[in-house]
Ligand binder design. Structure first.
Ligand SMILES: [Ca+2]
Ligand SMILES: [Ca+2]
Length: 164
């Protein structure tokens, strides 16, 4: 007996329906499209999840930004700013050069923490857990060491705390 094909009486195959946020659901193609899925692949399982994972801005301690997946960001010890967050303009907090006690100002109160950051970075990090030790990287070479002493003194005495 003839059956009309509209509506389609055939069993529709399931497939992996990938959503923009990277999650996967087993759906028929029409249901995937209706649910807002972006990519549908017939007969592909969702375990393991083979959907393209979303990327977003990832902030690093020194203030630089890279577009990574959340997992990639975490693996690099960065802070993920969220799916689709962009790096341009750079959303990452920038180190405040010379502010070693993180009170927002560069003044004489930063001398002792600066010396501590130089002499014992791990104790510095315990003492100022919310501070970025790279605030003490006065010459902007990526490390806090003796080369930062003179620029720190200049910063304190003249207020010129920018990278040389
Ligand atoms: Ca300070
Ligand atoms: Ca330095």
């Amino acid at each position: 007996m003839d059956q009309p094909c509209d509506p389609d009486p055939c069993v529709q195959p399931l497939g992996a329906c990938c959503f923009h946020d990277g999650h996967c659901e087993q759906l028929q193609q029409a249901a995937c499209t209706a649910a807002g899925g972006e990519v549908w692949t017939m007969d592909l399982p969702c375990e393991p999840n083979q959907c393209v994972q979303p990327t977003g801005a990832c902030c690093f301690d020194d203030g630089h930004c890279e577009v990574l997946t959340a997992a990639g960001c975490e693996a690099g010890a960065g802070i993920f700013e969220g799916d689709d967050a962009v790096c341009d303009p750079n959303p990452c907090p920038q180190p405040v050069h010379g502010d070693l006690n993180c009170d927002g100002f560069v003044d004489f109160g930063d001398i002792n923490p600066f010396v501590l950051a130089l002499s014992n970075p791990s104790v510095y990090q315990q003492t100022y857990p919310d501070c970025n030790i790279l605030n003490g990287d006065m010459n902007c070479d990526g490390t806090v060491d003796f080369g930062d002493i003179n620029p720190f003194v200049t910063c304190l005495s003249t207020g010129d705390c920018d990278c040389p």
